[in-house]
Design a protein around this ligand. Structure first.
Ligand SMILES: [Fe+2]
Length: 695
């Protein structure tokens, strides 16, 4: 997200009005939305005029924009019927259209957050029905299957929707009233996905008959499908389907590989429904065609109390299952391995996943072909066409598909933050790990942490906003393994052959004097450039350069305080490339230092290191971010589209950089770096030693 500055911690000011504390008559709702709109516009004005005041994040702004436009469209329909006031309708349509454009330009809102779950009322209609089939999924061991949902509502409307609940007995969830004088709500857990009843059902509004095909993944529990009327804001529960379930809901699923702490260690992390009291987790593995070994796995989980706020603690909570990590050690460099996940039940029965394969990492400094994919902000979407989700991260499936299609030519993936945008709806983590399984089960999938994983007020995040939806980093650091000393802090180094990657965490303080700053300098300084010439810095928010429209309006072209302490390190340690996400588009600078292009080497960079090339590659999935229309001298190439970067190190002196669009996988920007060891050792713009007494 091309996000406005969030003033760290204490000086943040909230502009958001609690949506659900107000009345919901059409007129009251309209006034409410217009009030919020005025606030968000005020916030944007404040952004442009007073840098010391923390405004709404662009995330919030877009959230408001989409919510307002959605509600205004609904209200337009209601008021239009009731009042027949053409002028009013015209005004509302214009406002809705304007807001929708703003929303598309800026980002999106977690679709599940649009549902006022706790306002649900019972309106069961015996004449209505919902039927789901097949009853048992995954009979051939699949972890994903399509379900036919057929339904009928005698009083249909365009607001009707189907919610998918898991566990199927969603009314069994314990709903606690806020105080003793209140009744508990009918519902207190969000569905795991939803779709409007008239989606692909043209005659539904007249006949009340509809049919949806929904893709389910194995998420440890059974499913039911509920028909609601009243739209998302005033849900009325009309009918609930029969239950469907995977043959083994607890099955081990969605392995994700990650580099271990040493070069010859691969970690395998997966999810299951088996607690350690029920079964022993392990991995059976070995060289392809060779002997098989068993490696034990550790098990982690977390509970509702580990969440820092709503919705993660409330309607978004769903048990994450059990997260197992096994450490496959003493691997032979570049050798092919196969593995499968196992659980040994207490009666001796073994439960197996299907088999997977990977190639072990090269020895640090090894001269061989090495290819790495880098992107940020991908998120997830739904293959069943649930537009409500696909509008949230419209490029996610294309990016996943293009990387999967090229997986035989990829050695590692780095996803630098804003992983799945669960935003406190924990069911989404399973769905994201299912989406990336074809990639993460085959090559190391290294993640960084972004605002949507970590930020929450009062929890030590550098930015005191609510972008994590109450997750405060716990799901990200549990669901994925990173070779960090402290997985909660999320900064780490990892080597892949001739590459050294230093992955920072922008949601924790990185400024000089901090623990993270010391790590960054240690990571950059400790690499032997003769062995590992390609030194890469990565972080979620833009600490270097971005001509995103918001950063320009701030006058910073970066996250405030980003370059202040770090550009001296990048220069001193001759960092070749610095990558960022957060801004949902693509941009590459010239080799730049102190906002000046140091060398004209944008298409082919050879000879001594002069300055770092900065790359924003946050367009992997989420709604795109606008660039400034101003001409920025250091901005060499921009693309307002979804895409990702591929780095190919051919050897110690030749690196190919390619930017590919997610829509077709074609290369739209590229450049090469040719550099010998003596060129890396040579002086750069700020640290040339004096060569004569006269200088
Ligand atoms: Fe972000």
């Amino acid at each position: 997200m091309c996000a406005p500055q969030r003033t760290p911690l204490h000086s943040r000011r909230s502009f958001r009005t609690p949506l659900r504390s107000r009345e919901y008559s059409p007129r009251a709702l309209l006034n409410n939305w217009l009030h919020i709109l005025r606030q968000s516009c005020t916030a944007q004005f404040v952004v442009a005029t007073r840098h010391q005041v923390a405004p709404l994040d662009a995330t919030d702004y877009c959230w408001l924009g989409i919510s307002v436009s959605h509600q205004l469209l609904l209200l337009q329909a209601q008021l239009g019927v009731r009042r027949r006031q053409g002028g009013m309708r015209l005004l509302l349509w214009a406002a809705a259209a304007w807001l929708a454009v703003g929303a598309v330009a800026g980002g999106g809102e977690q679709p599940l957050s649009r549902i006022a779950v706790e306002r649900t009322v019972l309106a069961v209609d015996d004449a209505a029905h919902v039927k789901a089939s097949p009853l048992v999924l995954g009979l051939q061991g699949e972890n994903s299957e399509w379900v036919d949902v057929e339904f009928f509502h005698p009083n249909p409307s365009s607001d009707d929707w189907i919610g998918v609940f898991s566990p199927a007995n969603f009314s069994d969830a314990i709903c606690e009233p806020e105080n003793s004088r209140q009744y508990p709500p009918v519902l207190c857990t969000a569905p795991i996905k939803y779709q409007f009843a008239n989606f692909n059902n043209d005659g539904y509004n007249k006949t009340g008959k509809g049919h949806l095909k929904l893709q389910m993944i194995n998420q440890r529990e059974d499913f039911s499908f509920a028909l609601f009327s009243g739209g998302l804001m005033k849900p009325k529960l009309i009918a609930v389907s029969n239950k469907v379930a995977f043959a083994n809901p607890k099955a081990p699923v969605y392995p994700r590989l990650a580099q271990g702490k040493s070069w010859n260690e691969m970690t395998v992390t997966w999810t299951s429904g088996y607690d350690i009291t029920e079964a022993v987790p392990f991995v059976e593995w070995g060289e392809k065609g060779g002997s098989r070994f068993l490696a034990p796995a550790g098990t982690l989980t977390f509970d509702r109390n580990s969440m820092c706020g709503a919705p993660a603690r409330t309607v978004g909570w769903r048990h994450p299952g059990y997260i197992h990590t096994s450490y496959l050690k003493d691997l032979w460099p570049d050798s092919p391995y196969t593995y499968r996940l196992g659980h040994r039940l207490m009666n001796g029965t073994r439960i197996w996943s299907k088999s997977y394969s990977f190639k072990a990492s090269p020895y640090p400094g090894q001269d061989s072909l090495q290819r790495v994919i880098i992107f940020g902000d991908m998120g997830k979407a739904e293959a069943d066409g649930s537009n409500e989700f696909n509008d949230f991260q419209p490029g996610a499936l294309n990016t996943t598909y293009q990387i999967t299609r090229d997986i035989e030519n990829i050695d590692m993936v780095v996803h630098i933050g804003d992983i799945c945008y669960a935003n406190g709806y924990l069911s989404q983590w399973d769905q994201f790990t299912a989406q990336i399984e074809p990639i993460a089960s085959k090559v190391p999938y290294m993640i960084g942490s972004g605002n949507h994983e970590r930020d929450w007020p009062g929890t030590g995040s550098f930015y005191g906003n609510q972008d994590s939806g109450g997750e405060c980093g716990v799901p990200a650091q549990t669901v994925f393994y990173t070779p960090a000393e402290n997985r909660a802090k999320f900064w780490y180094a990892t080597d892949y052959g001739m590459f050294r990657f230093c992955i920072a965490h922008t949601e924790e303080d990185w400024r000089p004097g901090t623990e993270q700053y010391k790590f960054i300098e240690q990571c950059l300084s400790s690499v032997d450039r003769q062995k590992q010439p390609w030194l890469i810095f990565l972080a979620h928010r833009v600490l270097g350069y971005s001509s995103c429209a918001y950063y320009e309006s701030e006058g910073t072209f970066e996250e405030p305080m980003g370059r202040e302490g770090l550009q001296e390190l990048w220069q001193k340690y001759k960092v070749d490339l610095a990558f960022y996400g957060h801004v949902h588009s693509y941009e590459r600078t010239c080799p730049v230092y102190q906002s000046q292009c140091i060398v004209d080497a944008s298409d082919h960079y050879s000879g001594p290191f002069q300055a770092t090339t900065h790359v924003v590659v946050g367009g992997a999935g989420a709604t795109l971010s606008e660039f400034t229309t101003s001409k920025i001298q250091w901005s060499h190439f921009t693309d307002f589209d979804h895409g990702f970067v591929k780095l190919t190190a051919f050897n110690h002196s030749s690196l190919l950089f390619e930017y590919k669009k997610s829509r077709n996988g074609n290369v739209y920007d590229n450049f090469t770096i040719s550099r010998d060891y003596r060129d890396i050792l040579a002086c750069s713009v700020d640290n040339c030693p004096r060569t004569t007494l006269a200088t």
